[in-house]
Ligand binder design. Structure first.
Ligand SMILES: [Zn+2]
Length: 144
């Protein structure tokens, strides 16, 4: 049975397979360079800051802040027509790298650049679990 093509799924390759293995286990993995100590994302086999190949995986905290976002009301590519409206966002991880993702479980009028977010995992297929971000459960109005 043929499924319609999907335009939301990544194609893991040698340099990202370990990342997708991580998200399947509920881990957000980034790479740290042992030459300059900086982290980077998306994962590469070398450090984009100093070009060292002495890079290794580590688990990110999963904490992030909203860097920028857009509420998408129209996208004709499957599977998005059944998802609109949704929040396309770039978040900045606590460790520094930024990634493109979706913000979920947040009313659009609560979205605010700089707001705290935490990672959540959305299983899409047997192979692919996407990291998405949502307001922390503890952020229920009164915390400063
Ligand atoms: Zn480096």
């Amino acid at each position: 049975m043929a499924s319609p093509p999907r335009f939301d799924l990544p194609t893991p390759d040698d340099s990202t397979e370990a990342f997708w293995a991580g998200t399947r286990e509920g881990r957000l993995r980034i790479k740290r360079c042992h030459a300059c100590r900086r982290v980077h994302f998306y994962p590469r086999p070398f450090c984009p800051h100093c070009w060292s190949e002495d890079v290794a995986w580590e688990d990110a905290s999963g904490k992030a802040r909203l860097y920028t976002y857009s509420v998408v009301y129209q996208n004709d590519l499957p599977p998005f027509p059944e998802r609109v409206p949704y929040v396309a966002a770039i978040v900045e991880l606590e460790e520094g790298p930024r990634l493109m993702t979706n913000v979920v479980d947040c009313p659009f009028d609560r979205l605010q650049v700089g707001m705290e977010l935490e990672v959540a995992y959305r299983q899409e297929t047997d192979d692919i679990t996407l990291p998405v971000f949502r307001p922390p459960a503890s952020l229920s109005g009164t915390r400063s």
